[in-house]
Design a protein around this ligand. Structure first.
Ligand code: SAH
Ligand code: SF4
Length: 356
């Protein structure tokens, strides 16, 4: 029997925990939730999500908006739409937003993101915790965005196993594994609260890989996590391996176990209950919160853009859905015995502990 209250686990123990049969996993989930409450309280934080643009210069094999896809309308959100989303966030007492987009490194893009940050800061009286999720950038660009108010950055490692990484990405300079790692290091150097994560249930991925991902997170001293199941997309190269995928339910429950085990290892980090979990399993975000997740990202992207930002199939929210409204989310969160951290930025405690 593994002591669930210790923080250091061997690779073998992690594998054993991830292999816990579902009908024996309740104790794991309960301990993770208890640790989350003891360390961070019973609050869950909202981050208003803006899917800024689906233009992308990369070609990740799993992603529905990869640059190589020709039959997709490419958009960039307008300044006015950014302003209205920020206003909505302020009016609804969200103290955080996240800007996500395909990866681009040209000056026009960099300047537009800078302007988006300025707009949000202006609308919120400099009182918004902003996360960026815009891929790998140079140190100067990270600094520039930091100076314009971005405090957090999410850059998923996708898989910490280099061999697997190279199966799900083209092997070239633009997609180099080292460049991704370097990105995480630069983010720490430039003072961000740094987030990462992996996709769970990828073709070729083993439970040993996932255990190694958890050890990688710990070693990198990461502050925030966004993880979720891999969901196939027909118009991507990885789709040809769909016969290798575990069934959706299995991918979902493995994602929940990853959250729970990670919560045992890193008590004070922020962890998201992601949209992909909800897509693959109705009520998935609730299960994630009951296993220690403490962040939820309601989509504030205007509906007119959403059909063009489908990273994977069956992504919800093509209309403003009930599941993503503030009142609905508040109801489910309260129903779980948790509460919404209205008006609080909810910075990851891990960041402050790391910088002590
Ligand atoms: N371009 C940026 C941010 C947008 S993509 C970047 O790549 O970092 C954000 C995340 O979506 C990726 O990190 C990836 O983990 C996830 N994603 C992409 N395609 C997916 C799929 N088919 N299934 C599940 N998650 C996917
Ligand atoms: Fe572009 Fe990100 Fe999709 Fe890769 S995962 S193709 S970088 S949007």
């Amino acid at each position: 029997m593994i002591d669930l209250r210790k923080k250091e686990f061997s690779r073998d123990e992690l594998i054993q925990l991830l292999n816990t049969p579902l009908d024996e996993a309740q104790e794991l989930f309960d301990n993770a939730l208890a640790i989350k409450k003891e360390t961070l309280g019973d609050e869950v934080y909202f981050r208003g999500l803006l899917e800024f643009s689906n233009k992308c210069s990369k070609n990740c094999h799993y992603c529905g908006v990869r640059g190589g896809r020709k039959n997709l309308h490419r958009y960039e959100i307008t300044d006015e739409d950014i302003r209205s989303a920020a206003r909505f966030a302020v009016e609804n007492d969200f103290a955080s937003m996240i800007i996500q987009a395909g990866e681009r490194t040209n000056k026009t893009f960099i300047d537009r993101i800078t302007r988006a940050l300025d707009i949000i800061m202006e609308e919120s009286n400099n009182n918004m915790g902003i996360t960026l999720s815009l891929g790998e950038q140079s140190e100067d660009v990270f600094r520039k965005w930091r100076d314009h108010g971005a405090a957090r950055y999410l850059l998923r490692i996708e898989s910490s196993n280099r061999e697997l990484y190279e199966k799900i990405h083209p092997v070239d300079k633009l997609h180099a594994y080292e460049k991704r790692i370097k990105g995480l290091e630069l983010l720490q150097k430039t003072g961000y609260q740094v987030g990462t994560g992996v996709m769970i249930g990828l073709p070729f991925q083993t439970v040993e890989d996932l255990a190694d991902d958890l050890l990688f997170f710990k070693k990198m001293d990461i502050d925030m996590f966004g993880m979720g199941p891999y969901i196939e997309h027909e118009e991507t190269p990885l789709y040809q391996y769909r016969h290798l995928l575990p069934p959706p339910e299995e991918r979902f429950w493995m994602s929940i176990k990853m959250i729970a085990v990670l919560r045992l290892m890193v008590n004070d980090a922020n962890m998201a209950a992601t949209t992909a979990m909800q897509t693959i399993y109705p009520g998935g975000r609730e299960k994630a919160m009951l296993a220690g997740a403490n962040v939820i990202m309601p989509n504030l992207t205007p509906v007119k853009y959403r059909e063009d930002y489908l990273l994977y199939e069956n992504k919800p929210g093509l209309e403003q859905e009930k599941e993503d409204t503030v009142s609905y989310l508040e109801e489910i969160i309260t129903g779980l015995g948790l509460k919404v951290g209205y008006g609080k930025k909810g910075d990851p405690l891990h960041f402050f502990n790391r910088n002590k």
